[in-house]
Design a protein around this ligand. Sequence first.
Ligand code: DGY
Length: 328
Amino acid sequence: MNPSLRVVVSRRIFPDLIEALQRQFVVVANQDDHAWAPGELAAALRDADAALIAGGERVDEALLAQCPRLKVVANIAVGYNNIDLAACTRHGVLATNTPDVLNEATADHAWALLLAAARRVGESERWLRSGHWKRWTFEMFNGADVSGTTLGVLGMGRIGRAIARRAAGFSMRVIYHNRQRLPAAQEGGAQYVALDELFAQSDHLVLVVPYSQAVHHIVGAEQLARMKRSAVLVNIARGGVVDDAALVAALREGRIAAAGLDVYENEPALHPGFLELENVVLTPHIASSTRATRTAMATLASDNVRAALAGQVPPSLLNPEVLGNRRR
Ligand code: DGY
């Protein structure tokens, strides 16, 4: 153990992962269920050499200016819109994320939301649990077909491709939109379409696009109006990709059939309209949450920290331009 290196873990993670870090470093871990407020995070990181953080923690100029020893910020998430990479580079701080290890679990969850929303699983279960089931009727909870329909994917990266692969089992046509068309070898038979066409043609549309200002509210009232009235929208990307107020209105007025959501604009707060609707399935940002995947994510984040503190290049470094100027 190196007693001069302090590693802060901002969220409660599995004890074996903390123990592994404790064998090498002095570890300060948040043991509470509540996320540290920005002031608490800054106080915890003031004399830290490394931080393992969750995607909800903001790392920006103001925080970095208070953390003179910090050498690496390791996000336990693939999305890193919470980290100001330019500010990290200016301060000589390495930033890392956890790509790939969560592709399959996250793709599985997108399908769980899609199927649950299309086949009205949450709604019918709530109805059953409330004691309403007295007799079977022909028209009970008629849902939308999934097999043989068209799946749209906005953001055909590694997770998007894992979602698209699963569509083969449902004999679906897959269309996608990215800023740039993929090389044919990576398309896996999916068809590239313009953004407007993606909204118009998809029977089921999954949002996986990484968040940036450029895609803020890329799904708003106008785009929802282009979708089929029978369409199902799934968001496993980030809050802010969808205009939640516009989505509540579209769901309430039946302008699209249903939605499955894992992420929200102001999470953990929800637009109150979602809670009043039956045609939306809501999960609390858990798309990557299997025990094995969360272990793999935190292990990769820990490996990033180990490499950074050993003066090596971390396996999933986000700002390689920092290397000439990194803090030692
Ligand atoms: C990710 O890895 O980006 C997930 O959304 C968890 O934050």
